[in-house]
Design a protein around this ligand. Structure first.
Ligand SMILES: Nc1nc2c(c(=O)[nH]1)N[C@H]1C(S)=C(S)[C@@H](COP(=O)(O)O)O[C@H]1N2
Ligand SMILES: [Mo]
Length: 265
């Protein structure tokens, strides 16, 4: 690890983050006018995963905030409602028929209802979401640590990544009759990020069931990662050895459009 350590990067990152966190005191901020903040976020994105972990350590916690810092409305972004027949039917029944599937390189594939997830020990965290489009927002999330779900499923030795498959179709609305031709939003984390204590599958935002606009009924919160990694509307997770064969092969919908797979902040 220390061979990857570059003190110049550390100084840059340290300064950038201190300045950015002094600015982003609380709530939702539109930072699109602040070009340097955006540059800081983008260059942080470009640091390699290994360098960031050498600096910050694999177990470092993202900052957590107090209730006073919570934004009155958590700004929604990207898909605001998947709007498919499948999703609408689930939503109409308050997601009682929703099942989270856990598949792939596991000893025990799982199907978990929201009631099953609510029975598991929960983690609540007040954190800041940073979108690369230049805004931040503080919210309180409650859910199940992904590490607990993975432990139930029993990852096989060759599992390296966790894929998150979402219920929202992406791209033009003009997909005609065949929704299977349309890419759906998806994301992935390596097992270090996936088993980090602040990586949860959240079913509540600010003390209420997750709103549709923010990913109901279940969304990922991986608090050391940028906004686009926070997959909403998650219906299946799959453990894989490699994601080269999945959709565009880059590990996520936005990654397939050119974003970095490593979205650490
Ligand atoms: N399924 C899905 N997940 C998604 C997105 C999306 O469009 N679809 N947008 C991503 C982006 S870019 C951001 S900033 C956050 C927005 O989360 P929010 O709507 O709760 O603010 O969700 C991320 N996860
Ligand atoms: Mo985003």
């Amino acid at each position: 690890m220390s061979s990857k350590f570059d003190p110049r990067r550390r100084r840059f990152l340290g300064r950038g983050l201190a300045a950015a966190s002094a600015l982003l005191l609380s709530g939702c901020y539109d930072l699109t006018q602040k070009g340097w903040v955006r540059k800081t976020l983008v260059s942080a994105e470009n640091l390699t995963r290994a360098t960031q972990r050498a600096i910050a350590g694999r177990h470092t916690l993202a900052p957590e905030y107090s209730k006073a810092d919570i934004a009155p409305v958590f700004r929604p972004n990207g898909t605001l409602n998947p709007g498919t027949d499948f999703y609408n039917a689930l939503a109409a029944n308050a997601f009682r028929d929703f099942r989270l599937e856990v598949t792939g390189l596991v000893d025990r594939p799982l199907k978990l209802s929201l009631a099953d997830l609510r029975k598991m020990p929960a983690r609540t965290q007040i954190t800041r979401h940073d979108c690369v489009e230049g805004w931040s927002c503080i919210g309180q999330w409650k859910g199940v640590q992904l590490a607990r779900i993975l432990a139930l499923a029993g990852p096989k030795d060759n599992a390296r990544y966790v894929m998150f498959y979402c219920m929202d179709p992406m791209g033009d609305s003009d997909y005609g009759d065949d929704i299977r031709q349309v890419p759906f939003y998806y994301e992935s984390l390596d097992l270090i990020e996936a088993t980090h204590p602040q990586t949860i599958l959240a079913y509540e935002l600010n003390g209420k069931p997750l709103p549709v606009a923010n990913g109901a009924p279940l969304r990922l919160r991986a608090e050391r990662q940028l906004g686009y990694k926070q997959a909403k509307y998650v219906e299946r997770i799959e453990l894989v050895e490699s994601f080269n064969h999945i959709q565009g092969g880059n590990g996520g919908y936005w990654e397939d459009q050119g974003y970095d797979w490593w979205g650490g902040i």
